[in-house]
Design a binder for this molecule. Sequence first.
Ligand SMILES: *[C@@H]1O[C@H](CO)[C@@H](O)[C@H](O)[C@H]1NC(C)=O
Length: 172
Amino acid sequence: MKASQLLLSTACALFHGVTGTPSPPALTYLGSANASLATPIAVGVGPLGPRTIIGITGGTFKGPRFSASISNIGGGDWGLGDPAAHAFYVDARYVMRTTDGANIYVVASGPQQDSGVIHSRVKFETGHPKYSWLNKVVAIGFEYPGPGYIIIDVWKVESPVAGKGEEGKQEL
Ligand SMILES: *[C@@H]1O[C@H](CO)[C@@H](O)[C@H](O)[C@H]1NC(C)=O
C-alpha cells in the first residue's frame, strides 16, 4: 500500500454519526504503569504559564500482552498549570523496556480533572518488529498521582463494531 492510500473498504457498513448516533468504540486494557517521580522542579510562571518539571526515575508496566520496566533516563513530565482554571496539563515522555528487550517511547499528555485524575492521550513509538502494532495504537490513560509515584491505567481504543449503533446505519 502506498503511504498516500487510505483503506476505505474496511469502513463499510458501520454506524457513524452523520445520520444518527454512532456506534461506540470499545476499549481494550493494555496495562498499568507505576512510574516513580523525582521531586518536582518549579520553573515559575513563564509566557505559557507555571511550568513544573518532574523527572521520571523508573517504574514498571504490567499488562496482558507485555510487561516492561520504565527507564530512569530521559523520562519526565513538563507539565503546565493554568491557575485561573485551577487546571494542570501533563506533558510526559519516557521510555519503557519490555522484558524481552524492546525499547518503547511513550508520550502522554492531557488535563487533570477536578477529581484529581489525569486523562491522557497516550502514544507509543518503537522500531521493534514484535511491538510495531503499538505504533498504530490510539490509547487513553487514566493517571492517579500518589506520593512520589503515579499510577497510569492504559486503554487501547478499538474501532466501533458494526451493528452496535442505535440508528443511522449507513454504507460509507
Ligand atoms: C508504586 O511504586 C512505588 C515504588 O516506586 C511504591 O512505593 C508504591 O507503593 C507503588 N504503588 C502502588 C499503588 O503499587
